[in-house]
Design a protein around this ligand. Structure first.
Ligand code: SAH
Ligand code: SF4
Length: 355
């Protein structure tokens, strides 16, 4: 299996098409490279989906603005802080604050306040990743200065034509603006993560190979990518008949993770929650394919059924610690262990800044 970083579009497309024994070999060599270069520790981030209020209308997403069936919520500051305390006390090392996209001054100020309080409650020791969509350069800077050090913003697809098949073609959903946002994040100083959905209608293997080259070209530090999963109250529901079977989307997602690991050995790759919507062992299988980050959901249980980005999204256990214990057991079975009490930053970020 090629362990070099110079794969071209056609090499990558071929790797994304392997099956059977070749598939197993690809995944195993990605895991081996991860273990060799990064060690066998897997990092956890406690994921808090703190608001499902969203001003956008992405065609694939269950909490899009126009879905009137969703009950909108904001987790209170106290509840967010209680979840962070739980993460900190149980050695999770860091949290991810995720939400719909909102850029009102009240929202920006609220996130800023939360960042400062999270830093305070943990004596600066809890790492914080944000995933709150596109914001102005000023907002990105303000949040960075208040303690966020990693930011996830998926490009969703790096192919402009496909992008506009899955988003409205208007100012609010501009492909160029999303690209620009990724650059702002990087130049603000964040460890910057991106990602795509895998198995979208109209998406070809070559589009996906292009996505991996895109990540390499913009030199991401982190990646979160997972299968596209349908949601009945979205415009893409009408394209259900065009989709690859779920199992195929799932396996393609594992191949994407494995090939990216071979291309960028020292970045952080998350095992996305959407994998678990297709296979109960989804995230662990992603770890066995080269991912090194898992994000247990620590959102207060009463809100979770209103953050259904796609169907079958796991609502998890009321008992977050039981979920984590189960995850730990499964991770041990594949020969890895959890790196407790660490931020688990992307090695890639520090290496390139040394140059
Ligand atoms: N609003 C922010 C963050 C929350 S959405 C943003 O959009 O960046 C987080 C991610 O959920 C999105 O980036 C998208 O890739 C994923 N997502 C949304 N709908 C999905 C679906 N139907 N299937 C799989 N992933 C989905
Ligand atoms: Fe909003 Fe993000 Fe869903 Fe798009 S993907 S509708 S921005 S929550």
């Amino acid at each position: 299996m090629p362990k070099n970083t110079l794969l071209n579009l056609s090499d990558i497309s071929s790797l994304l098409k392997v099956n059977g024994e070749e598939f197993d070999k690809l995944l195993a060599s990605a895991k081996q490279l991860r273990d060799e270069k990064l060690g066998n520790q897997i990092y956890l981030r406690g994921l808090i989906e703190f608001s499902n209020v969203c001003s956008k209308d992405c065609y694939y997403c269950g909490i899009r603005k126009s879905n009137k069936q969703v009950q909108r919520y904001n987790v209170s500051d106290d509840e967010v802080l209680a979840s962070c305390r739980l993460a900190f006390d149980n050695g999770l090392g860091s949290v991810v604050l995720q939400s719909g996209e909102c850029s009102s001054p009240a929202f920006v100020t609220r996130v800023d306040r939360l960042l400062k309080k999270i830093k305070q409650l943990s004596g600066n020791r809890l790492g914080i990743t944000l995933s709150c969509g596109e914001q102005s350069p000023e907002t990105y800077r303000r949040w960075f200065e208040s303690g966020a050090h990693r930011y996830l913003l998926r490009i969703e697809t790096s192919n402009r034509d496909l992008y506009y098949k899955i988003h409205p073609n208007d100012k609010k959903h501009s492909f160029e603006h999303r690209l620009e946002a990724l650059y702002y994040l990087k130049y603000t100083g964040y460890q910057t993560g991106s990602g795509v959905m895998i198995g979208l209608p109209f998406q070809t293997t070559e589009h996906l190979a292009g996505d991996l080259l895109f990540f390499k070209n913009i030199d991401i530090d982190m990646c979160g990518m997972g299968p596209y999963v349908e949601h009945e109250n979205t415009p893409l529901e009408g394209c259900r008949h065009l989709l690859r079977p779920k199992k195929e989307r799932f396996e393609l997602a594992l191949k994407m993770i494995a090939v990216l690991r071979l291309m960028m050995y020292d970045i952080n790759i998350a095992a996305s929650t959407a994998l678990d919507a297709i296979d109960v062992f989804g995230r662990v299988k992603a770890v066995a394919a080269g991912a090194n980050v898992v994000m247990p959901n620590i959102t207060p249980a009463k809100y979770r059924s209103n953050y259904l980005l796609y169907e079958n999204k796991p609502i998890g256990n009321n008992d977050v610690l039981a979920d984590i214990a189960l995850l730990e057991q499964r991770i041990k079975v594949i020969g890895n262990e959890i790196g407790y009490n660490q931020w688990g930053d992307a090695k890639h970020f520090f290496k390139k800044n040394e140059r």
